[in-house]
Design a protein around this ligand. Structure first.
Ligand code: GTP
Ligand code: MN
Ligand code: MN
Length: 386
């Protein structure tokens, strides 16, 4: 038995993730990784409620400012249900959780993870395929299923897209995106969002939010950006949607699903290793290192690799909301929205904040103002890794 429950002071923690500062990677990665597997397994089973419960437990442990050594230290803490506590106890006492190990090695979990790891394949589709006995990419390819364009691209670049994007690669993509955006609309602003804005060192994609200080100038921008990217040969795949957002008198600023309605583009970039000024500079200083990296870039020894990139265009009047919504983490977003509804009678989306009591929209030009409207202490992006 490690630690002394009597001496160890109890942790203090608020129950909503948006009330806590959650830096990366946290002090309890053994525990959070295990709970993340159980959350993911529930999500892959289509059990959203159970998934969310594990995500909340995981989020709470991520926010703790020191390593947990005994279950007693967690007494009185919110978000930790009996099931999570049992798993934590196993991990603290035995270093492993049999439930987590069994989950990870179950054929269903492995197949569902593999299939949903294909860009364009969601839980529903993967479930249908798994039910038909498809457990591998090879089986999928010979199954005769017709794949849509996104899934075809997902399969084609499977290895690249499942290799984490590094900070350095994200910076190289930033240079590409900024160059293109400024060439099609001078004065437009490009902001890195998603996990990299939260200070993560790697991610599954690179997320950008694009706006222009003059409202309206951003309209139709996504098409110009795509045309320019294509003319420069930088796109392997793209799927774009136009902006369908309208404020309504009844405060339906909150879209029905978690999807927002901005102009946007889910894409796959072709990232060559000479694609940023930084690389050019490095190539001059240390040609050997760059050459070695070039050999490792992409699969099959090509001098480029595929990277998932999300581009979102927001009017400046909605930019603060879009930035908050696209910075994440996913749990932090969900919790902020849950806080807004339950504690403040407000609906928050990536477009707007609506006060149901006052029956009006609350404007904001910075994330700080949104937190203030919500009566929440400001949490900086690097503290949103719930
Ligand atoms: P990694 O990319 O895995 O490193 O993590 P991430 O936090 O960047 O995740 P992701 O790129 O999936 O999403 C970034 C943020 O954008 C998260 O807060 C998501 O909730 C949000 N997001 C992603 N897709 C959508 C969408 O369709 N609509 C809205 N409103 N938000 C989205
Ligand atoms: Mn991301
Ligand atoms: Mn993304």
């Amino acid at each position: 038995q490690q630690g002394d429950p009597v001496e160890a002071p109890a942790f203090l923690a608020a129950s909503y993730a948006c009330q806590r500062n959650t830096p990366q990677p946290g002090h309890n990665t053994l525990l959070t990784a295990a709970l993340s597997v159980l959350a993911e397994s529930a999500e892959l089973n289509g059990d959203e409620g159970r998934g969310l419960a594990f995500r909340r437990s995981e989020g709470l442990l991520r926010s703790l400012d020191r390593r947990v050594q005994g279950l007693a230290e967690l007494r009185g803490l919110p978000c930790l249900g009996d099931h999570s506590r049992r798993v934590i106890q196993d991990l603290l006492e035995n270093g492993v959780s049999s439930e987590v190990e069994e989950t990870k090695s179950s054929p269903r979990y492995k197949a569902m993870k593999l299939l949903t790891g294909i860009f364009g394949v969601g839980v529903k589709t993967a479930k249908r395929w798994f039910t038909e006995g498809i457990c591998s990419l090879a089986q999928l390819e010979t199954s005769g299923h017709s794949l849509n364009a996104a899934q075809q691209a997902g399969l084609k670049y499977y290895t690249d897209l499942n290799q984490p994007v590094s900070r350095e690669e994200a910076d190289a993509v930033s240079v590409m995106v900024e160059g293109v955006v400024h060439s099609v609309l001078p004065g437009a602003r490009v902001t890195l969002a998603g996990g990299f804005r939260r200070g993560k060192m790697s991610g599954h994609d690179v997320d950008f939010l694009i706006t222009h200080p003059d409202e309206g100038k951003e309209e139709g921008l996504i098409h110009k950006i795509i045309a320019c990217l294509e003319s420069r040969g930088l796109l392997l795949y793209q799927q774009n949607t136009r902006n369908t957002y309208r404020e309504s008198a009844k405060g339906a600023g909150r879209p029905s699903s978690s999807m927002d309605r901005f102009e946007r583009c889910f894409s796959i970039f072709k990232l060559t290793n000479d694609s940023s000024p930084e690389d050019t500079r490095r190539a001059q200083q240390d040609p050997e290192r760059v050459r070695v990296e070039a050999d490792q870039t992409g699969s099959g020894g090509r001098p480029w690799r595929a990277v998932r990139v999300d581009l979102v265009v927001s009017p400046i009047s909605q930019f603060a909301f879009a930035l908050l919504g696209w910075t994440g983490s996913k749990l932090f977003e969900r919790e902020t929205r849950r806080w807004a509804v339950r504690e403040r009678s407000m609906s928050l989306s990536s477009h707007a904040l609506y006060d149901r009591n006052q029956e009006r929209y609350l404007r904001a030009s910075s994330e700080e103002e949104i937190f203030a409207h919500l009566g929440l202490e400001y949490v900086s992006p690097t503290g949103r890794n719930a």
